[in-house]
Design a protein around this ligand. Structure first.
Ligand SMILES: [Mg+2]
Length: 160
């Protein structure tokens, strides 16, 4: 049987827009969140101020956060070094074993969980398969990456 198109519950411009109040609205008590292009641009090594502030907010509200990434151990360890969060690398989303593990680690029921990510066919599909809620965010990297691409292109065109 053909798998249906990934379906998210709600879309946001940024993870920053996902506030404790919004989580309450959906009875969400734990967060699974993608890393690359969701929290920071791809392979950006450390959490920036926005990420730190958001995590602090969640901690104050007693909402546990698990970062689940398909990226490798080295990348993850650099990012989470000073963070008090759960983490899973090499997650192989859209496979769901890591989603199940994260629910266990956070000790929450699946109806109270959300997966936040920027990719329909990995993040949102994993959430669909695991039957948990999902929020789609715009990839953080898109703008700057495109900007850099255009910049490089223009640079190549300018004769020295
Ligand atoms: Mg991503």
């Amino acid at each position: 049987m053909k798998e249906s198109y990934p379906k998210y519950l709600r879309a946001f411009n940024s993870f920053k827009d996902i506030t404790p109040n919004i989580l309450k609205e959906y009875d969400i008590r734990g967060i699974l969140v993608d890393l690359d292009d969701t929290l920071v641009t791809h392979n950006y090594p450390i959490p920036n101020e926005d990420v730190l502030l958001w995590l602090k907010q969640m901690k104050q509200e007693g909402i546990p956060v698990c970062i689940i990434s398909n990226n490798q151990k080295k990348r993850m360890m650099s990012f989470i070094k000073n963070l008090d969060v759960g983490y899973f690398y090499n997650s192989f989303k859209p496979r769901t074993h890591v989603v199940e593990s994260a629910l266990g680690v956070m000790n929450i029921n699946r109806e109270n969980a959300v997966l936040i990510g920027d990719q329909l066919f990995t993040d949102i599909r994993a959430a669909n398969r695991a039957n948990i809620k999902s929020f789609l965010v715009k990839p953080v990297g898109t703008k700057s990456t495109l900007f850099i691409k255009i910049k490089r292109y223009i640079e190549r065109k300018i004769p020295i």
